[in-house]
Design a protein around this ligand. Structure first.
Ligand SMILES: Cc1ncc(COP(=O)(O)O)c(C=O)c1O
Length: 379
């Protein structure tokens, strides 16, 4: 990972907004509902170690990631909070998870059979996943549930510490499918509790479900996108259920500014021609950084004004049409605010016909992240 700033392109992560967003959701939740901060995919592109530490300091009590590797990165950074791996992990790696006190997700009887529990030096903590309608991973029927419980009972050194499900439409206006999933979860829960009297942690809600239905949440919520100050959907933003502040901003500077005559073309394939004489600036960011080529035509902010990206975006650089000559190293904001103007991740997502989740994930580690907090800016 690049950590120093030799190039003029950088990401700023405002860690104080992570604390703010946790405070906002906290005011909605029942006092007994705790927060798992979801920091998978390098904390949605924000930096998993820094975000995890800030989230834990700000009131989250556990972390979730998608893969064992991501959990090990956090343990290596001396983060000792509970960590849940949300994805499927090969059963032979259960030993590593147990050694590092990392909780794994399981949902297959065969998976339990393949864990060599005799090799476990420490107990392995597991959360059982139920598929109530997402169609991705999880137990779907009572029959499967009974088989898994039967198997679990025979296993030593394995501690079932949680059960959970995931909603597929909690961010949408219509609530029918959300309620159906919730109902299926409650039915499976009834069946489970008859056979498994020990207490386990229960969690169902992602950001959308937690924000909209805090009264339906159980012991934990899994708080992802809104931890970073983004709304789960455009509709949810418009409803103003919660006030959030975006943590992520992306900046660069002008590294070349030139006057170009009408009729001259810009970039590979000559796809853009100047209609009149104008000023063109070059910005050192491109698709090699994850700044998608489809963003041709999208604006950037310079001195609080919107100026379009012209021509095809190159691997490491792109050009913008300026309204006047600017000095070299003038700041260019690609995501974030300048003066009173703002380009949010939602706007980038809409232009790319995707969701804000993908926008912060797509900006890769070639761009250094700098962390801002009341104590100043550091990397
Ligand atoms: C299983 C699971 N739980 C929670 C989350 C967090 O969801 P959100 O980012 O919408 O809060 C995700 C994210 O994709 C997930 O896969």
């Amino acid at each position: 990972m690049i950590t120093s700033k030799f190039r003029n392109t950088w990401i700023e992560i405002d860690l104080d907004t992570i604390g703010y967003n946790i405070k906002q959701i906290r005011t909605k939740l029942h006092e007994k509902t705790n927060i798992i901060a979801v920091v998978k995919a390098n904390a949605y592109g924000h930096g998993s170690i820094q975000v995890a530490k800030k989230a834990l300091q700000s009131g989250a009590s556990a972390l979730a990631v998608a893969m064992l590797e991501e959990a090990l990165v956090l343990r290596k950074a001396e983060i000792s909070a509970p960590i849940l791996v949300l994805g499927w992990v090969q059963p032979e790696y259960a030993k590593i998870a147990a050694e590092q006190d990392i909780t794994l997700t399981f949902f297959q009887k065969e998976w339990l059979e393949q864990v060599n529990f005799k090799s476990l030096m420490k107990p392995l903590k597991l959360h059982m996943k139920w598929d109530t309608g997402m169609g991705r991973i999880g137990i779907r029927t009572e029959e499967e549930l009974n088989e898994v419980i039967f198997k679990l009972r025979q296993m030593e050194k394995i501690h079932l510490t949680g059960i959970y499900t995931h909603f597929s439409t909690a961010d949408e206006q219509g609530t029918d499918f959300f309620l159906k999933q919730n109902e299926r979860f409650n039915q499976l829960l009834q069946a489970f509790q008859k056979k498994w009297p020990d207490s386990v942690s229960i969690h169902t809600g992602n950001s959308a479900a937690a924000i909209r239905f805090p009264e339906k949440m159980h012991h934990y919520i899994r708080f992802g996108i809104s931890l970073y100050g983004q709304y789960p959907s455009k509709w949810m933003k418009s409803m103003q259920f919660i006030s959030l502040k975006q943590a992520f901003s992306l900046h660069s500077t002008l590294v070349h500014v030139k006057k170009v005559k009408a009729g001259e073309t810009i970039g590979y394939g000559n796809t853009y021609m100047l209609k009149q004489d104008g000023w063109v600036g070059t910005v050192p960011i491109g698709y090699g950084d994850g700044w998608n080529r489809k963003l041709q035509g999208f604006p950037v902010l310079i001195e609080g004004k919107r100026m379009p990206i012209i021509g095809r975006i190159c691997m490491d650089q792109m050009m913008v049409l300026l309204d006047q000559a600017y000095p070299l190293e003038t700041k260019v904001t690609l995501i974030g605010s300048q003066y009173k103007q703002m380009i949010g991740t939602e706007e980038v997502a809409e232009y790319l016909d995707t969701i804000p989740y993908e926008v912060t994930c797509m900006i890769n580690e070639r761009i250094p992240r700098f962390y801002r907090s009341v104590t100043g800016c550091k990397n």
